[in-house]
Design a protein around this ligand. Structure first.
Ligand SMILES: [Zn+2]
Ligand SMILES: [Zn+2]
Length: 453
């Protein structure tokens, strides 16, 4: 029996289905903490959830428009998701974060990159080129949750884990014999791409205790990742330039050159930062924050209220007059006499040593007395060469004796065998070839004498 259509209404005209996503709506990990995930790690996990390699996912879905438009051109997707471009400042429209967002319908994927810094710092030296990780963080993840790579690790300036207080490592340490052929290893943040082993472990030999300075820097960057700036919640009214100008007025008696000297840059570089013409590298921001004892966010947002000059000691030292004496104070007659004497002495000396004895810099000497100085240098190099030739001849005799001993035992002498026998190496240019040539000679003689006998 069919009811009258007015009685039933299965789906109302105003009920909307939630938008469908093409890929699983994977949630980024560690959000809201200093240990938020980075985009490359997210993408690797996303591909793995679908049983795909990151390359195939990129070719077939993420960049399908590019690969379909030019099927004959092999777009290097493997290269496209290498760390610097992936986790760095790339915030171009229609790039990775946008494309992944439209496929997963997951919001805020640009927060997994360092894009929030793009207005403030230069790209140079911001992102590490080689991936590094904290083996303890990964081990902790494996025991409770999903292992993932932290955005914090992709800063070049961060070299240790603020949580576990160990240095980050960049290699699993597996011997070459254990390496699997590429393409057979899963691409995941906690899997070694070479041996397929777990990167999370507590006994990594290189995960040593970091220096206080390294730890301080790592903590500063970690604080930045939970700041309002990184979460795009602060409205920025002042800039880095304002901060630097305040610093010059408050601590440098209005002299920008003093601040430039403390930072080790030229005055024009500093004024470029002050008027916003250039963006400093990230390491410089850390240096400025450290110098003023405030946070990275304070520096980037121009909040100079908390700033104080921490490194006053360094300031005083830089104000001291340079120890370089000008030409007027030097008794050049004496210096020239000394140089001539050095040229006649029995054991030649390098120019740097002579300069130390005279109490001047080698460059100063070279500028004032070019001929004498080059004569001293030439004599020293010739003498060094003759010494090494003599030493090499002695060493060659020793090699010959050892090679003959091996040959008499019936072993063909080679450089490897000599090393195995504990024969000492020498710092000779192309040592292996040098030793191997003698070994071959000895073996040839030995074979020849055997034939005659
Ligand atoms: Zn850690
Ligand atoms: Zn490995």
């Amino acid at each position: 029996m069919i009811h009258h259509p007015d009685v039933f209404q299965l789906v109302g005209p105003k009920v909307r289905l939630p938008p469908r996503s093409v890929l699983v709506r994977l949630k980024p990990l560690g959000m809201g903490t200093p240990y938020r995930e980075c985009l490359s790690s997210y993408y690797q996990r996303l591909a793995d959830v679908h049983g795909l390699t990151p390359q195939v996912l990129a070719r077939e879905l993420v960049f399908s428009d590019i690969s379909q438009a030019s099927p004959n051109k092999s777009f290097h997707f493997e290269e496209a998701w290498r760390l610097p471009s992936f986790n760095g400042l790339v915030v171009k429209e229609g790039h990775w974060p946008d494309r992944l967002k439209s496929l997963t319908r997951c919001e805020g994927l640009e927060d997994l990159t360092l894009g929030f810094l793009s207005a403030f710092v230069s790209t140079r030296g911001l992102v590490t080129k080689r991936s590094k990780w904290c083996p303890l963080c990964l081990e902790e993840d494996a025991s409770g949750s999903t292992p993932y790579a932290r955005l914090l690790w992709s800063f070049k300036a961060v070299t240790c884990c603020p949580k576990h207080k160990v240095n980050l490592v960049s290699s699993c340490g597996c011997p070459k014999a254990e390496w699997k052929s590429s393409g057979r290893v899963k691409c995941l943040p906690n899997v070694c791409p070479r041996c397929a082993g777990d990167l999370g472990r507590h006994d990594h030999p290189k995960a040593t205790t970091p220096s206080t300075k390294k730890l301080l820097h790592a903590n500063m960057v970690a604080d930045l990742l939970v700041s309002g700036l990184a979460n795009r919640s602060t409205t920025q009214e002042r800039t880095l330039g304002d901060f630097l100008q305040d610093s010059v007025h408050l601590f440098m008696d209005g002299q920008a050159i003093n601040l430039a000297g403390l930072l080790g840059v030229t005055k024009s570089t500093l004024s470029g930062w002050m008027n916003g013409k250039h963006r400093p590298e990230f390491a410089r921001i850390i240096q400025i924050a450290e110098l003023h004892g405030c946070s990275l966010e304070d520096v980037l947002c121009g909040r100079s209220g908390r700033a104080k000059l921490v490194l006053t000691l360094q300031k005083e030292r830089s104000k001291e007059p340079r120890s370089r004496r000008d030409r007027g104070d030097i008794d050049w007659m004496k210096v020239v006499a000394f140089l001539k004497e050095a040229l006649r002495s029995d054991s030649p000396l390098p120019l740097t040593k002579v300069a130390i004895q005279v109490g001047l810099r080698a460059d100063t000497l070279r500028n004032a007395e070019p001929e004498l100085c080059s004569a001293i240098s030439d004599r020293w190099h010739a003498w060094r060469r003759s010494c090494t030739t003599k030493r090499d001849l002695v060493y060659a005799d020793q090699v010959r004796m050892e090679a003959t001993r091996l040959a008499n035992l019936g072993h063909r002498p080679t450089w490897q065998r000599l090393v195995e026998e504990g024969f000492p190496k020498a710092s000779i240019w192309q040592w292996r070839t040098f030793v191997q040539r003698i070994c071959d000679e000895v073996w040839k003689e030995f074979e020849g004498s055997k034939r005659i006998a």
